[in-house]
Design a protein around this ligand. Structure first.
Ligand SMILES: *Cc1c(COP(=O)(O)O)cnc(C)c1O
Length: 358
């Protein structure tokens, strides 16, 4: 079997060692005579996996004791509702930064639930730049940002100073890609299927004082404090996804933790951005240089026919998923944690050869 180099934005590539381990244990988990996904989520075997996943999140992100780790279902999209439902205090306002497709979706749901101020809107520059600073409104409940715009290819490299207003971040496409100054965040959430594992679970990290905001009037599933109190076992959690996430996190720990992961990610992205920047304009990245994403590298060529030819020829060489998102066109290479350095090199070489052939 030869595996493709998978540049899809999500669901996305997983470490082959993790897939192999899942396969080996899928039918008979550690001699139980059944699969882990066929047993109770309250069994000893699942409990170990669940708690190891929670423990690895704490360890890798160096979470202080006043943060809880929660695994939810419903994708990052459900968090677009749950964040304002739980964290927006009474008649107070919350702030959103509009930096691209995902931030705007989070905003669109929040405005249905309460008072929302737009603290930044990148529409004038077609969402190719992030603000140097943002000022939340007076008395704001929280400031929401999207740490990495998966479609636009922008990534926050410096976290805004919010003057004590809790920062809430959608990190779906760059969670665990670099160390974080965790004390700056009130809450972080991330759907698993970009950088953590298969689709099915969403990781949420919530500071205790924000958990206290969850109203008793919320129905059970929508209430963060219920999930946190029950260690994400209030109802049946997405056990398969959490199992796989645990294995992915084990591997990140074995690689040396998030500092090492970040170094590798910078190297990989650097190789591809170099191929763009040294192409004398053959490839263009529309994103402001200091806001470029390490995870999703977007680029365009002179016309759509060239881009189509590029994608087709890359596929013939085993590189898949390079077509840009249907909303923005162009090309996109997603190089999440699980994309090996060799994959980035192979793509960069292909890009150079393709440009030279024209
Ligand atoms: C993919 C993505 C989402 C949506 O995730 P779902 O799990 O499909 O709901 C939200 N935010 C960002 C930044 C994403 O990349």
């Amino acid at each position: 079997m030869s595996r493709k180099l998978n540049f899809f934005a999500g669901p996305s590539t997983l470490p082959v060692e993790v897939l192999e381990e899942l396969k080996e244990n899928m039918v008979d988990y550690k001699g139980m005579g059944m699969s882990l996904i066929e047993t109770s989520h309250r069994s000893k075997e699942y409990d170990e996996v669940h708690n190891e996943a929670v423990g690895l999140v704490k360890e890798l992100l160096e979470l202080p004791d006043n943060y809880k780790v929660v695994f939810l279902g419903g994708g990052a999209t459900l968090q677009f509702s749950m964040v304002p439902m739980n964290l927006l205090i009474g008649e107070r306002v919350c702030d959103y930064t509009l930096t691209g497709v995902w931030a705007k979706k989070a905003y669109a749901d929040a405005v249905k639930l309460g008072k929302v101020n737009v603290a930044f809107d990148g529409k004038d520059d077609k969402y190719t730049q992030l603000p140097a600073s943002v000022m939340p409104s007076a008395g704001s409940s929280y400031l929401h940002l999207t740490s990495n715009e998966t479609i636009g290819g922008l990534q926050w490299q410096n976290w805004p100073d919010t003057g004590g207003v809790p920062l809430v971040a959608d990190m779906s496409s760059d969670i665990m890609s670099r160390p974080l100054p965790i004390e700056k965040f009130g809450m972080i959430y991330a759907g698993a299927q970009k950088n953590l594992g298969p689709a099915g679970t969403t990781l949420a990290i919530i500071r205790n004082d924000l958990l206290e905001r969850s109203s008793d009037n919320l129905t059970a599933y929508l209430n963060y404090s219920i999930h946190a109190d029950k260690n994400s076992l209030y109802n049946t959690p997405p056990v398969f996804s959490i199992w796989a996430v645990m294995l992915v996190l084990r591997r990140l720990k074995a690689l040396g933790g998030l500092g090492e992961v970040e170094k590798m990610n910078r190297k990989k992205a650097g190789i591809i951005y170099d191929a763009i920047d040294s192409s004398e304009g053959f490839y263009k990245c529309p994103v402001q240089t200091e806001n470029r994403s390490m995870m999703n590298i977007v680029f365009t060529m002179a016309n759509e026919d060239l881009e189509k030819e590029f994608v087709t020829k890359a596929e013939a060489e085993g590189m898949v998923g390079l077509k840009g998102h249907r909303d923005v066109g162009g090309c996109r290479a997603s190089v999440y944690n699980s994309m090996p350095l060799e994959g980035a090199k192979t793509l960069a070489d292909f890009m150079k050869n393709f440009a030279a052939s024209k």
